[in-house]
Ligand binder design. Structure first.
Ligand SMILES: *Cc1c(COP(=O)(O)O)cnc(C)c1O
Length: 370
């Protein structure tokens, strides 16, 4: 048996007939750019997440860039985020004129709220909650820090569509949040895709205009336009596919959580591993398991052992935390993040894995430590 980390072909072949018919219908009717399928996707995200506005865009990285521009991030404004994050978030901050300020993680591998508080300066405009692996940060802590310091929260919830903290959905806790529909994400399309959600009317208005060259709702660019737009539209055919996949989203998340439970039951008693919280093990959170990330003794040897058995694994973000990009000007030292990156590993995790494949991964891990 072989279990690649992600079987890209399966993304299409699992429901090929359905996708063929959706794509054929959409394209044969000439619906290419900003047609009803994009509007439908936005309305569905709004009702699913109980948020006022969802704006579909080309990808999550540009969603963040537009979010910061819409919020008028100014030259030199600081945005604090976990160093255990994807460089994309820092890039968006940089290109909007801001300064990304990475911070240390806590024992739960999420952003350490105390580190956030210590990093606040007079220049801090936003604290960004990065909802890594489909699990939210402690959003009460984030909200408290923001209120005490009179700043706003924004969310890189690219990995966390449908994740909850208490009664709120990831992406809806601050001024705005973003999602990614990159193929391997929990709601993965057949190319790039993303969305920004916000309950702020003005942010929504600006992002909607900016994604389409500054055009208004009627898709017309007026001579008196007052903000610089760009092209950051989500292709309509991708929206049509995403709408079809949204019909199956609850089952997909349930399947991911079932796989996480299977890993959890098998690994919980192994002293060589540190696991993420089990699904249902934390009453304040509903995790969507974008990834199953754990810490392992002898991580590199474990990876090689799994690789020999045809089991693919990944070290997230290519193994590079934000503060390790020294060439981009970061100079912080974060021992906890560094230690985490020496030990962390992503096991195969997606809704299309069979129980047999998951068990094969489990046996591969267990046989290494026996
Ligand atoms: C995937 C991802 C992004 C980037 O999303 P794109 O849609 O590829 O731009 C940003 N942040 C996190 C945490 C991600 O996982």
């Amino acid at each position: 048996m072989k279990v690649p980390f992600f079987d890209w072909r399966r993304l299409y072949t699992a429901h090929a007939d359905l996708f063929r018919s959706v794509i054929d219908t959409t394209l044969s009717q000439g619906r290419f750019i900003l047609q009803q399928d994009v509007i439908d996707l936005e309305r569905r995200l709004e009702s699913m997440l109980k948020v006022k506005h969802a704006i579909a865009v080309s990808d999550a990285t540009n969603a963040m860039l537009l979010g910061f521009r819409a919020a008028e991030l100014s030259q030199g404004d600081e945005v604090i985020l976990s160093s255990h994050a994807f460089l994309a978030a820092a890039q968006s901050i940089h290109h909007a004129g801001g300064v990304p300020v990475p911070v240390e993680i806590g024992n739960d591998w999420m952003t350490d709220p105390a580190a956030v508080e210590r990093a606040i300066t007079k220049k801090t405009r936003f604290i960004m909650a990065v909802q890594v692996n489909g699990r939210t940060c402690d959003m009460d802590e984030f909200g408290g820090i923001a209120a005490r310091n009179n700043i706003r929260v924004v969310e890189d919830s690219a990995q966390a569509l449908g994740a909850r903290y208490k009664s709120g959905f990831a992406g809806t806790f601050g001024l705005w949040g973003v999602f990614s529909f990159y193929p391997s994400k929990t709601l993965g399309g057949f190319g790039d895709g993303g969305a920004l959600v916000t309950s702020d009317d003005e942010i929504a208005r600006r992002v909607r205009m900016m994604r389409n060259h500054g055009a208004g709702e009627d898709k017309t660019i007026r001579a008196d336009v007052t903000l610089w737009g760009t092209n950051s539209r989500l292709d309509n055919v991708h929206a049509a596919v995403l709408n079809t996949k949204l019909d199956m989203y609850n089952q997909a998340i349930a399947r991911r959580r079932a796989i996480a439970s299977r890993y959890d039951t098998a690994f919980r008693k192994m002293p060589q591993l540190a696991l993420p919280p089990s699904p249902g093990g934390d009453k304040d959170r509903f995790d969507v398991f974008q990834n199953y990330e754990l810490e392992a003794d002898d991580r590199d040897a474990l990876r090689a052992h799994l690789d020999e058995r045809g089991i693919g694994t990944i070290i997230q973000w290519g193994g590079i935390a934000i503060h390790r990009f020294r060439g981009l000007g970061f100079c912080q030292e974060f021992p906890r993040v560094d230690r985490f990156f020496e030990r962390c590993l992503l096991l195969p995790m997606n809704e299309l894995l069979t129980d047999e494949e998951v068990d094969y991964v489990i046996e591969g891990v267990q046989s290494f430590y026996e």
